[in-house]
Design a binder for this molecule. Structure first.
Ligand code: IFM
Length: 451
C-alpha cells in the first residue's frame, strides 16, 4: 500500500549545537554549562566531551551537501548562545553570528529551509554563575539573545523554535543533576521551568517583530505513558508522570494555569515552601502567547508502575515487556504511541500546527567490511513511525512535517558518543561521514513524498 503525505509536507532532520559543532572555544565563543559539565570528571560516560564532536563548525559546508544529497527540504539546528553573546548578554560576537549567517545562506542556496532552535541547552556558563535558569533575570537575558539572533537572521530564517525540551533543561539539569548544570534541587528546578517558559513567552513577540512573516513555537518532549496495571498506584504514577513531564508545560503554554494537581503535589512534598510566589502577575499571559506551531519530540512508550518502597519523593518505575522491542537507549519501539500522542495533543490542546521535531532510534550498527551500514532496525523504526504519523494526518491532526533525530551520530549528552541516533555514521577518529541504509531509505521517502 502507498502512503502519500500532503503536498508541502516538510521532510527534515535535526541536530543541536553542542552535540555536533565542536570548536568549543573558537572564534570568541565562551564556555557553556555543557562545556563545564562535560569537562567535570565523572559526569559523562567514558569522559567524552563535545570539544570536537562532529566538527560541524568546520565541516558545515560538506554537511549541507550531505543534506542536499538526501533531498532534505528542511534542517532543524540550534544556535549556541555563548558563540553569539560570550558574556551572556551585551556585546555581540560577530564571528559567532557569521558562522550561522554562512550556514543559513548555504542552506537556502541548496533549497533547504532552516528551522532554528534558539536554546538547546548550552547556556553561557557566566549566566549559570549568576544563578542560571533558577533566577528570573536569565529569562530577560534570553529575550535579549532572541532579539540579537532574530535581528541578524530574521530576514532569511522564517521558522523559529524558542526552546528545545524545557522539561530536560529544568528537571534533568536542576533536579536530577544528570545534565548540566548538574544541580539536584527540586525547588530550583520548578522555578527554572517557569523561567524557561517565561523566556519563551517574552521571546515570541520579539521574533515576530524582527522576522517578518515568521512562524514561531516551542519544542516539547512528549511521550506516551501507560499504567502497568489498573492498580490505583500505577494509575497515579501515570497521572504524576504526565503532569510532571507534559501538562506542566502544555497547560500554561495553551492558556491554562499550571496544573493544580501538580502544584498540590509539589507543595505537599515541600518543594514550594512559598507556593508559586515566583509567578508574577503577567507571566501566564506572556507564556500563552499564541504559537504558530508546536514541536513534538516523540521517542517511546513508558509503562509505569509506582515503586512499592517509596521515600516520599514522587517517582515511578518503568516496566520492560519481555516481548517488546527496545532500542539501545532501552527505549521501547512503539509507533502507535506517536499516533495516540498526536491525536491527544490535537484534541486536548488544539495547536495550530504540529511538527514532529524529533523522532529516532539509537542503534550501533557499524560499517561492514565493504563499508556498508545495514541499519534495518532503524528503517523499521522509521517506517513504523511515519505510518503512525500518516494515520494521525488521516484522523485530522494538522501535522506539517517530520524531522528525523538525528542527521548524524553525535554527542548524546550523559551517554557521550556511546549512543548513535544518526542516519549518517560518524567515524569520530577521522570525521568521515558514511550514509547508513536508513539515510538512503529516508531519501527515497522524501523523493516520493510517502512510503
Ligand atoms: O539527543 C537528544 C536531543 O538532544 C534532545 N531530544 C532527545 C535526543 C535523544 O536523546
Amino acid at each position: 500500500m502507498t502512503l502519500s503525505f500532503p503536498k508541502d509536507f516538510v521532510w527534515g532532520a535535526a541536530t543541536a549545537s553542542y552535540q555536533i559543532e565542536g570548536a568549543w572555544d573558537e572564534d570568541g565563543k565562551s564556555e557553556s554549562i555543557w562545556d563545564r559539565f562535560a569537562h567535570t570528571p565523572g559526569k559523562i560516560l567514558n569522559g567524552d566531551t563535545g570539544d570536537v564532536a562532529c566538527d560541524h563548525y568546520h565541516r558545515w559546508r560538506d554537511d549541507v551537501q550531505l543534506m542536499r544529497d538526501l533531498g532534505l527540504n528542511a534542517y532543524r539546528f540550534s544556535i549556541a548562545w555563548p558563540r553569539i553573546l560570550p558574556a551572556g548578554r551585551g556585546a555581540v560576537n560577530q564571528r559567532g553570528l557569521d558562522f550561522y549567517n554562512r550556514l543559513v545562506d548555504e542552506l537556502l542556496e541548496q533549497n533547504i529551509t532552516p528551522y532554528v532552535t534558539l536554546y538547546h541547552w548550552d547556556l553561557p556558563q557566566v549566566l549559570e554563575d549568576a544563578g542560571g535558569w533558577a533566577v528570573r533575570d536569565t529569562a530577560q537575558a534570553f529575550a535579549e539573545y532572541a532579539d540579537v539572533v532574530s535581528r541578524a537572521l530574521g530576514d532569511r530564517v522564517k521558522n523559529w523554535f524558542t526552546h528545545n525540551e524545557p522539561f530536560c533543561a529544568a528537571f534533568l539539569g536542576y533536579q536530577m543533576g544528570v545534565h548540566a548544570p548538574g544541580v539536584t534541587d527540586w525547588h530550583k528546578a520548578i522555578v527554572a521551568s517557569h523561567h524557561l517558559l517565561l523566556s519563551h513567552g517574552w521571546a515570541m513577540p520579539i521574533i515576530r517583530q524582527n522576522s517578518a512573516d515568521a512562524q514561531a513555537g516551542i519544542v516539547l518532549n512528549v511521550g506516551f505513558n501507560m499504567p502497568a496495571t489498573n492498580r490505583r498506584e500505577d494509575l497515579d504514577a501515570v497521572r504524576f508522570g504526565d503532569g510532571f513531564v507534559h501538562r506542566w508545560f502544555l497547560d500554561p503554554l495553551f492558556g491554562r494555569h499550571y496544573p493544580a494537581d501538580m502544584v498540590d503535589a509539589y507543595c505537599a512534598n515541600g518543594f514550594l515552601p512559598k507556593g508559586m510566589s515566583f509567578v508574577q502577575a503577567d507571566d501566564l499571559a506572556a507564556i500563552s502567547a499564541p504559537m504558530d506551531f508546536l514541536g513534538v519530540n516523540y521517542y517511546r512508550r513508558s509503562i509505569m508502575s509506582q515503586p512499592t518502597a517509596s521515600d516520599g519523593t514522587p517517582s515511578h518505575e518503568e516496566i520492560r515487556l519481555p516481548d517488546s522491542e527496545y532500542t539501545e537507549m532501552g527505549w521501547e519501539v512503539y509507533p502507535d504511541g506517536l499516533y495516540q500522542l498526536l491525536c491527544r495533543l490535537h484534541f486536548e490542546y488544539r495547536p495550530a500546527k504540529i511538527f514532529i521535531t524529533e523522532n529516532g532510534a539509537s542503534y550501533a550498527d557499524a560499517p561492514d567490511a565493504q563499508g556498508v551500514i545495514d541499519d534495518t532496525r532503524r528503517i523499521d523504526y522509521l517506517r513504523g513511525h511515519l505510518t503512525a504519523a500518516h494515520r494521525a494526518i488521516q484522523a485530522g491532526v494538522p501535522l506539517a512535517g517530520y524531522f528525523y533525530w538525528s542527521l548524524m551520530d553525535n554527542f548524546e549528552w550523559a551517554y557521550g558518543y556511546s549512543e548513535r541516533f544518526g542516519i549518517v555514521w560518524i567515524d569520530y577518529a577521522t570525521q568521515q561521514r558514511i550514509l547508513k541504509a536508513s539515510a538512503r531509505w529516508y531519501a527515497d521517502v522524501i523523493r516520493r513524498n510517502g512510503l
